[in-house]
Design a binder for this molecule. Structure first.
Ligand code: GDG
Length: 465
């Protein structure tokens, strides 16, 4: 059997934590590595004075991880720079926030070369390599340059932007051309896949030789829409665990009969938190009679604090939540509980279950797993309602059960909140069932297997996404 080598910016060593501290993606990739032996390679998250390429191997719970330290300049230019100040905003359609600088692009290339130099000696001829996400677009090409003939797949966890936006990046053509080093490229949904093909055909002159095959020069690449899911079984179990029951009770008690609306997001401008607060404010304004009947709990653990736009969004949200609370709060009611910290997954599952509404309104999102977690955590007898942005990849899968909204429209959001609060139980159940069927069938194990089957065997993908 081929070994599997997974490469991603950060590596998540398996733990035996029963509180489900690890996300579904980490659990699924670790399971794949156990099945195929192999190893997981990436950045340690640590810095060193001079890059040495020294690999720190660790083995835990049947999985080998191999990590390297980077220099501070690497982290500034590659991680905080090109990855998070250039590609992340650009790929989320925010060219107003994207910063284009040659030292970022240079640092990004240098780090990918360093990863390639370091990991190359670990690769055996029959290994299959699976590279994850936008930090590592050029890595496949770098490995080919070092004589690597293995099958190499790439999966993009974020959206792919329309070509007119992507063309604002000076290095766009070069960057996309390097993707032809891969054998298979996966996207969450057709929309991202089609935007990629559009760029490849119109800007690079690639030929679409089949709906899922592109050819550029001598290289042929297969593209697939492969929507990621959650570890549904594990999440349903987490939602029924003692810590979840406890957090459910705590939330219900503290709600004193009011309906809770919940949002859970990394503190990131792509998640539409500002617009969400404005939509909720609109609801409070439109419906004075509902004011003290609801509250919004927004959990937003900080992320990427070294990047200025993330510091700004934090300040904006503090101001906005303060304004809304200042404008509407009463002695016995606060409209928004805004919390800047993370919680264990099982505690989170209990919170989701206690919420009458899951408010998931990113401005743009590759998939969005919170939407699926909210669905999985519900009580089938009395499920809550998911309000979901039509601009999240998840809308392509959950659109029949969720209330889809345009997150830029505060009025649409206000209407959807009212509709969700008034929705009869039988409609809530029917909508939830439709979503849960998808969350159960297309879980993270299905996602992983569908991609590795395609990459390893070059077989037809089994089910339509
Ligand atoms: C990227 C793409 C795509 C959040 N707060 C806490 C916590 N979380 C967990 C959630 C969820 C995960 O973080 C967030 O996943 P998302 O999918 O919502 O968003 P990104 O982090 O932006 O992920 C996205 C994903 O990659 C996978 O391909 O879906 O589109 O942007 O699992 O639960 N977890 C815990 N405590 C928290 O407070 N334990």
């Amino acid at each position: 059997m081929n070994r599997l080598i997974i490469i991603s910016n950060r590596v998540s060593a398996p733990t035996d934590s029963k509180s489900g501290a690890q996300g579904g993606l980490a659990v699924a990739l670790a399971a794949a590595l156990r099945e195929y032996r192999g190893l997981w390679f990436g950045w340690s998250g640590e810095t060193t004075d001079v890059f040495s390429g020294h690999i720190n191997f660790q083995r835990a719970h049947g999985v080998t991880t191999a990590t390297v330290d980077l220099e501070e300049q690497d982290v500034d230019e590659y991680y905080n720079g090109f990855a998070n100040r250039t590609l992340w905003p650009l790929f989320h359609y925010r060219i107003d926030l994207a910063e284009y600088a040659r030292d970022f692009a240079g640092g990004y290339k240098r780090v990918n070369e360093r990863f390639a130099d370091t990991v190359r000696p670990l690769i055996e001829p029959d290994d299959v390599i699976w590279i994850q996400d936008y930090h590592m677009f050029p890595l496949g090409g770098e490995l080919r340059d070092r004589g690597c003939k293995n099958r190499i797949g790439f999966f993009l966890h974020i959206p792919w932007p329309p070509r007119r936006l992507l063309n604002t990046l000076p290095e766009a053509g070069e960057l996309v051309a390097t993707l032809f080093a891969y054998d298979v490229i996966g996207f969450h949904i057709e929309e991202w896949l089609e935007s990629f093909c559009d760029f490849a055909v119109k800007d690079l002159g690639a030929e679409r030789v089949a709906p899922d095959v592109l050819k550029l020069g001598a290289r042929t690449v297969r593209v697939v829409a492969n929507p990621i899911g959650i570890d549904t079984q594990e999440f349903v179990a987490a939602a029924n665990s003692p810590p979840a029951r406890l957090s459910y009770r705590r939330m219900r008690d503290s709600a004193v009969g009011r309906d809770m609306i919940v949002g859970v997001d990394r503190l990131d401008y792509s998640k539409g938190l500002e617009e969400r607060f404005l939509g909720y404010e609109q609801f409070l304004k439109d419906h004075p009679e509902e004011r003290k009947e609801v509250f919004l709990l927004q959990i937003a653990p900080p992320s990427r604090g070294a990047v200025e736009s993330y510091q700004k969004i934090r300040a904006t949200l503090e101001g906005l939540s303060g304004r809304i609370n200042g404008g509407y709060a009463d002695v016995d009611w606060v409209p928004i509980r805004y919390v800047n910290q993370g919680y264990p997954r099982d505690v989170l599952a209990g919170i989701y279950r206690a919420a009458r509404i899951g408010l998931v309104t990113p401005l743009r999102d590759g998939m969005n797993l919170v939407a699926k977690e909210y669905v999985a955590a519900q009580d089938p007898e009395d499920p809550g309602v998911l309000i979901l942005s039509r601009f999240a990849g998840a809308a392509a899968q959950l659109g029949e059960g969720a209330l889809l909204v345009n997150p830029y429209s505060a009025e649409e959001m206000s209407d959807a909140i009212l509709r969700a609060l008034r929705m009869p139980r039988d409609e809530r159940q029917a909508r939830w069932r439709r979503m849960m069927d998808n969350v159960e069938q297309q879980d993270v194990i299905w996602w992983r297997k569908r991609f590795t089957d395609l990459l390893m065997g070059d077989v037809e993908v089994s089910a339509e996404a």
